[in-house]
Design a binder for this molecule. Structure first.
Ligand code: PRP
Ligand code: MN
Ligand code: MG
Length: 188
């Protein structure tokens, strides 16, 4: 705790605001999907917290499945070249799919994922992301549900990591530049 406090620059979105927003998003999803059975697809690992909280805030019954994808190549996250580390267990043909993400940054991961999943013939496919960075967008992706648009700063917590740390923070914060060298670009 003391350790993380030193690495934290500031709290960007406190826990109560996150949870209130998740409840709002869930109410909207419940309304929009009334009478349709929904498959939530969480993108590992960042989406675990929002997936767990969103799913519990929904009143309609849903199924949950997971994908793990990884950028590779140069090692920077924004190559847009993605490979599947863990595929869905479910066949999504004819299903109503809602992709759940923690953050849309450049949009490259999501753009790739949407075309990949669209090619499998779902009945519908939409995206719910807790965070989006409009100023970092490199490609336009249709995102139906957005929790918060945030500035282009390095964010951690509530699923979001820096070098696999800080995912367990219950809030979203910004990382002190001394931790990552202050280059500014968010890294996978
Ligand atoms: C992060 C985040 C999104 C993606 C967004 O995942 O969770 O999935 O990057 O970036 P983009 O819009 O620029 O493509 P990451 O690749 O860091 O893996 P992780 O979820 O396991 O942390
Ligand atoms: Mn991710
Ligand atoms: Mg990451």
């Amino acid at each position: 705790e003391a350790d993380m406090g030193a690495d934290l620059e500031k709290v960007l979105i406190p826990e109560v605001e996150l949870q209130a927003k998740i409840r709002e998003l869930a109410a909207q999803v419940d309304e929009d999907y009334a009478g349709r059975e929904l498959l939530l697809v969480g993108v590992l690992k960042g989406a675990v917290m929002v997936m767990a909280d969103l799913a519990r805030a929904l009143h309609s019954p849903v199924s949950m499945d997971w994908m793990a994808v990884s950028s590779y190549g140069s090692g920077t996250k924004s190559s847009g070249v993605v490979r599947i580390m863990k595929d869905l267990d479910a066949d999504i043909m004819g299903r109503h799919v809602l992709i759940v993400e923690d953050i849309v940054d450049s949009g490259l991961t999501l753009s790739w994922l949407m075309s990949n999943l669209e090619s499998r013939g779902p009945a519908s496919i939409e995206v719910c992301t807790l965070l989006r960075k409009p100023d970092a967008a490199k490609i336009k992706v249709k995102v139906k549900y957005v929790g918060f648009d945030i500035p282009n700063e390095f964010v951690i917590g509530y699923g979001l990591d820096y070098a696999e740390r800080y995912r367990n923070l219950p809030f979203v914060g910004t990382l002190a530049p001394h931790v990552y060298g202050g280059s500014g670009e968010q890294e996978a």
